[in-house]
Design a protein around this ligand. Structure first.
Ligand code: SAM
Length: 223
């Protein structure tokens, strides 16, 4: 049974504030978002990919948060990131948009529940990683892209309403969820059939997966 997100206890924010282990680099308002979308996975031995290892502390934070049996997988272009491997933590070296790296991860860990993209924050990388991984996530999985403020920055390939930015890509996904109502204008896709919602926050976009059956709208009660 899924756990209620209201049970969130602020573990991650407290962990972050008290962290004296390896460095973790997060915007403070992300912790509420993590708790809201990750809480239901705690204690369920989830498999999580974090793109972007940095100082390695966030991999350890996720492992402690999700609890025994979870598997945390880092992806980073920096070979030194390997040093952050530990029990329950494996790091794959390569670019986040390299299909060979992603295939290797899914060959070893076919049941991935969570992806958190905190990698290069370049538009092409964010979009390609999403395209390579989203459909392979578990049917109730979650895909989070953070630091999406770079979607507005020219040097990351972004810009306000700029074609090719991850933000425009994500906005189009809202129409894709509703494709069944467009009278054939938009095709119903695997994304339509497998996505519950897309949530937009300041600098974070969350995609929650849930198998969508036929849409129905019965009337109940007396007329
Ligand atoms: C912001 S840091 C990650 C911080 C870490 N997740 C944390 O919360 O503390 C970004 C990381 O992304 C890595 N990176 C940059 N470009 C990348 C790419 N194309 N593919 C994978 N990782 C990349 C960098 O080497 C760096 O370690």
């Amino acid at each position: 049974m899924e756990k209620d997100s209201q049970m969130a206890d602020g573990f991650l924010h407290k962990y972050f504030l008290n962290n004296s282990y390896k460095s973790v680099h997060k915007w403070v308002h992300y912790f509420d978002i993590y708790e809201r979308h990750f809480e239901r996975f705690r204690g369920t031995s989830p498999v999580m990919i974090e793109i972007g290892v940095g100082g390695g502390g966030s991999l350890a934070m996720w492992r402690d948060y999700f609890g025994p049996g979870c598997q945390i997988i880092g992806i980073d272009i920096n070979p030194k990131s390997k040093q952050h491997e530990a029990d329950g933590i494996e790091v794959f070296i390569g670019s986040q948009d390299d299909p060979a790296v992603i295939d290797a991860i899914f060959a070893k860990y076919p049941k991935v529940d969570i992806v958190l993209d905190d990698g290069s924050h370049m538009m092409k990388h964010m979009i390609d990683s999403f395209k390579w991984m989203y459909d392979r996530l578990q049917p109730n999985g979650v895909y989070i892209v953070e630091d999406t403020h770079t979607c507005y920055w020219d040097n990351y390939g972004g810009g306000v309403k700029r074609a090719g930015s991850f933000m425009e890509f994500a906005k189009d996904k809202l129409d894709e969820i509703n494709a069944v109502h467009t009278h054939g204008v938009l095709p119903v896709t695997d994304f339509t059939r497998s996505t519950n919602y897309v949530a937009f926050y300041d600098s974070v976009v969350v995609f929650e997966r849930k198998k969508q059956g036929k849409r129905q709208h019965p009337i109940t009660g007396s007329m």
